[in-house]
Design a protein around this ligand. Structure first.
Ligand code: ARG
Length: 465
């Protein structure tokens, strides 16, 4: 058991089959810089506790520096016999500084508090990167929303059940994708604040440490605001992993809902948008094809992100306290989640920023499908007609239009009057898309002045992040 962290009580080495199963360096090696930072903070704690001389500390720091530089240069690698990143780095440190000094570093810590701590630091870094990517996408959506608001707002058919419902401003619709993304950024911030208060170093294997080390000082050195109040919780809990995987899945879902619309909008039948060449793909056989692959991959990756979350939750379910090796399965799914978002989001951002909307087509479709029927009903209400009656009358207008094969504004004054004496020619004032959207001017509505106000509100929230 030469080079192992746990040789003492074993008569022989592990079987190759066990080694193959147990080894995690193929995915946890990327934690190296974090493990080295944790080791440095731990060395300082040992030194302050009088367990490392000044010269030993200096030598350990030198060794950790060398390993860090070699890693950065791509010149540090685990051996197949290394069980995990912690074991490999200890072995390599011993080679660098010798077993006498190197062998002192492990005092008062376990791989259990070590991994829990550095995994948090790693995920905090990536949560910040992901939040930045989400905010870039928000910027792209805001850019489009702004471009389609002034001087002349772009209108579109708003839908419920995918059926024409009421006309809305395109900017209003795009901002409806922004708000969930801003809430995701807020979720990442909340998550970070919670994780920041709970550095597990000092928890040992599960029961804490007896060497008068100062976990708060280690926590501060690693960028935490506090250390674990319970050593069992510190080493055995992984809700921080599942929570981040949830937020990642939610980001994926929010992006996927936008992506699905882009896919629909880019079809010939909708014809709402054209994708930029640099952000779409062709077909190997059909020369005419231009495909929304980024949007489709976004939709597909959302499933993968949800899978990562459910896999993690399944691993954690009914796991007894404290540490169990099952917990090694916590890394790949969430690594995959942050990696996925870090490649997906910039591509989606580029696609969104370069979308070209067909304003004329959107405007032509906006009033179709009798989407102004609600405006007729609400106009009648303003004329003093009870809504129940107004709804009936507007519905009768739609039925008449269907019989005649015309749109609402194509009914004649006589035809309106036949349906109801309340329908004077003045009703025509609401039978335009512009009139319709302008009338929805309560807070949160699609009236241009409200959408302008909303845009400022969104921009302020985004800027605050
Ligand atoms: N590689 C392990 C993990 O990722 C950490 C080591 C703890 N192993 C152990 N046998 N206590 O969870």
């Amino acid at each position: 058991n030469e080079g192992k962290l746990w040789g003492g009580r074993f008569a022989g080495g592990p079987s190759p089959e066990l080694e193959a199963l147990s080894c995690s360096t193929h995915f946890d090696w990327r934690l190296t810089p974090y493990d080295l930072a944790g080791s440095r903070a731990h060395a300082h704690a040992l030194h302050r506790a009088g367990l490392l001389s000044d010269t030993d500390l200096a030598e350990l720091e030198r060794g950790l520096d060398v390993l860090g530089e070699r890693y950065a240069a791509g010149d540090l690698h685990p051996e197949p016999s290394d069980e995990d990143v912690h074991g490999a780095l200890e072995r390599l440190l011993l080679l660098e500084v010798g077993p006498e000094v190197g062998g002192r570093l492990r005092a008062g810590r376990s791989r259990n508090d070590q991994i829990a701590t550095l995994f948090k630091v790693f995920l905090r870094d990536h949560a910040r990167v992901v939040a930045g990517c989400v905010l870039d996408l928000v910027d792209a959506l805001l850019g489009q929303a702004r471009a389609h608001l002034d001087p002349e707002p772009t209108v579109m058919p708003g839908r419920t059940h995918l059926q024409h419902a009421q006309p809305v401003l395109l900017s209003h619709h795009l901002l409806a994708h922004v708000w969930p993304l801003l809430r995701d950024v807020e979720r990442l911030r909340d998550w970070d604040a919670r994780v920041a208060g709970d550095s597990p170093y000092g928890s040992g294997a599960l029961a804490g440490q007896s060497l008068s080390l100062d976990p708060e000082a280690v926590a501060a050195e690693l960028g935490f605001t506090g250390s674990s109040a319970n050593s069992i919780d510190g080493t055995a809990s992984r809700d921080f992993v599942a929570e981040l995987a949830y937020v990642a899945a939610q980001v994926g879902i929010d992006v996927s809902r936008l992506a699905e619309e882009v896919i629909l909008w880019a079809t010939r039948e909708f014809g709402f948008v054209t994708l930029d060449d640099a952000w779409s793909t062709g077909s190997s056989i059909m020369p005419q094809k231009k495909n929304p692959d980024i949007a489709e991959l976004a939709r597909g990756k959302a499933g993968r992100l949800v899978g990562n979350l459910s896999g993690l939750l399944a691993t954690l379910k009914a796991l007894p306290l404290a540490y169990n090796r099952d917990l090694q399965e916590d890394k790949e799914p969430v690594f995959d989640s942050v990696d996925t978002l870090e490649v997906l989001l910039p591509a989606v951002t580029g696609m969104v920023a370069t979308l070209r909307f067909d304003r004329a087509r959107l405007a032509e479709l906006a009033p179709q499908g009798y989407s102004l029927a609600t405006d007729v009903a609400e106009w009648l209400v303003r004329e003093g007609v009870p809504f129940r009656v107004a709804h009936e009358v507007a519905g009768a207008c739609v039925r008449r239009c269907e019989e005649l094969g015309v749109e609402l504004d194509e009914l004649t004054d006589e035809q309106f009057a036949e349906i109801s004496p309340h329908l004077t020619p003045a009703v025509r004032e609401v039978l335009t898309v512009t009139g319709s959207v302008a009338s929805r001017d309560g807070r949160g509505g699609t009236a241009p002045r409200r959408v302008r106000e909303q845009l400022d509100e969104v921009a302020a929230v985004a800027a605050a992040h």
